[in-house]
Design a protein around this ligand. Structure first.
Ligand code: TXA
Ligand code: MG
Length: 340
């Protein structure tokens, strides 16, 4: 299959992508978090193509994207007050709410669960595409299953060329990590995946919010997570990633004591001067937003330069940094060395 690269800034591009979606095809779609792999959420056959293109396990449900709040009403059983409040505060934006699904949502979208994740993205191109398509859009991150999510059209092309109909290039994604997922089907509401909207922001609106165990910890063998995606290996470059938890100095000392072929540092901007090995930087030490924005690009870059063992600085699990910590932990298979 030929994959067409469409520039969202050119006239007719969004309409062309919308037509592909209406006809049951797949389009790489920019959002403010990461690129999505978009199909008509109400068309089971089209959604099945998403799973095939990504190599995604069938038991991992998809998020459904809308372009106006009112569109949520026919997709879920009911809209609780908590959902109204969160939407008023953070939609459109990088937050997904899990609610009891309506019969309109095909089984394949929810992977057999009684719930569905709904997101109203803020990216103008995503909103224009959903509106032009005239249907809700199912979209997982537009990467091959297991690899880091994609934050540029070029990365989508690298993973998906020949597997999907088109990629709509809307530039680099600003948030850089996937949306925050909160389930309102639990009481109290529960954070399933940290992202651009922080835990602090959720609590400011809802009061009490639980944090699912899988956010910070590896799943015990055989456990069934509330969010099926949590059980899969994720965000992994080919290299073996090891997180070093300690001060900047302790980090640099450890890396410099373990120099060798294929050893690479994944560190904060400015720290490349401290380590005597090839280094890839992702944001400043306390600039959590820049860390989030640059993390997946950095993980992909590690493969490009042939990194074999990667010593990564341990992110601080604060604000958006919690999302960075969560993704990097998964990329490292939870392998952490505590320094001194
Ligand atoms: O920012 C994002 O959320 C991006 C963009 C494209 O919107 N999408 C995204 O989708 O990250 P995906 O499929 O890569 O990750 C969705 C996660 C998976 O871990 C899945 O298991 C979980 O959301 N999920 C989806 N529906 C769910 C549900 N009903 N209950 C619990 N978890 C759900
Ligand atoms: Mg994903």
């Amino acid at each position: 299959m030929h994959t067409e690269l469409l520039n969202a800034a050119e006239s007719g591009a969004v309409e062309k992508a919308a037509e592909i979606i209406r006809n049951g095809g797949l389009v790489g779609m920019p959002t403010e978090t990461v690129y999505g792999l978009a199909a008509n959420a109400l068309d089971s056959k089209a959604v099945a193509k998403i799973f095939a293109a990504k190599g995604r396990p069938q038991d991992n449900p998809l998020i459904v994207h809308i372009s106006a709040f009112e569109q949520i009403r026919c997709l879920v059983k009911s809209v609780p007050e908590a959902a109204e409040k969160l939407a008023a505060a953070y939609w459109p934006g990088p937050m997904t709410m899990v609610l009891e699904k309506s019969d309109l949502i095909p089984e394949i979208v929810s992977a057999g669960l009684p719930t569905v994740g709904i997101r109203f993205p803020s990216h103008p191109v995503a909103r224009a595409l959903i509106t032009a398509a005239g249907v809700p859009i199912a979209a997982p991150s537009a990467n091959r299953s297991g690899l880091p999510s994609t934050t540029t059209a070029e990365h989508v092309m690298r993973d998906m060329d020949g597997r999907i109909d088109a990629v709509l290039d809307g530039g680099v994604c600003g948030v850089g990590v996937e949306s925050t997922i909160i389930t309102l089907a639990s009481d109290p509401p529960r954070l399933l995946r940290p992202g651009g909207i922080t835990l602090e922001q959720l609590r400011a609106v809802l009061g009490s919010v639980d944090v699912d165990r899988a956010v910070l910890n590896p799943l015990p063998k055989g456990a069934k997570p509330l969010s099926p995606g949590m059980k899969y290996k994720h965000y992994s470059p080919k290299a073996n990633v090891i997180i070093l938890d300690g001060s900047e100095q302790a980090y640099a000392d450890y890396v410099n004591a373990h120099k060798g072929p294929g050893i690479t540092a994944l560190c904060y901007t400015g720290e490349e001067k401290l380590v005597g090995v090839p280094a890839i930087c992702y944001g400043g030490e306390t600039d959590y937003a820049a860390q989030a924005r640059d993390l997946f690009e950095a993980l992909r870059h590690l493969d490009d330069i042939g990194a074999q063992t990667v010593y990564a600085r341990c992110p601080e699990p604060k604000g958006v940094g919690l999302a960075v910590y969560n993704r990097l932990m998964r990329a490292a298979g939870f392998e952490v060395l505590r320094l001194g």
